[in-house]
Ligand binder design. Structure first.
Ligand SMILES: [Zn+2]
Length: 57
């Protein structure tokens, strides 16, 4: 039952590769390195505040 391996200390946050594809800000990584040297989601393509579901109608 190796479902959900928590032994993966990823430094970078979860980024949607689909959204990051073609992004020139993060070069398709989905995450950018801040001034403090930490990984953060790319505000250009990830845009967490933006609604996920597309418009209907
Ligand atoms: Zn990006």
């Amino acid at each position: 039952m190796t479902y959900g391996t928590m032994a993966a200390p990823e430094s970078n946050p979860r980024a949607n590769a689909a959204l990051a594809d073609g992004c020139e800000v993060c070069n398709g990584w989905g995450s950018v390195i801040t001034f403090q040297g930490r990984y953060e989601l790319c505000q250009a393509c990830q845009s967490p505040t933006e609604r996920e579901c597309h418009d209907s109608g």
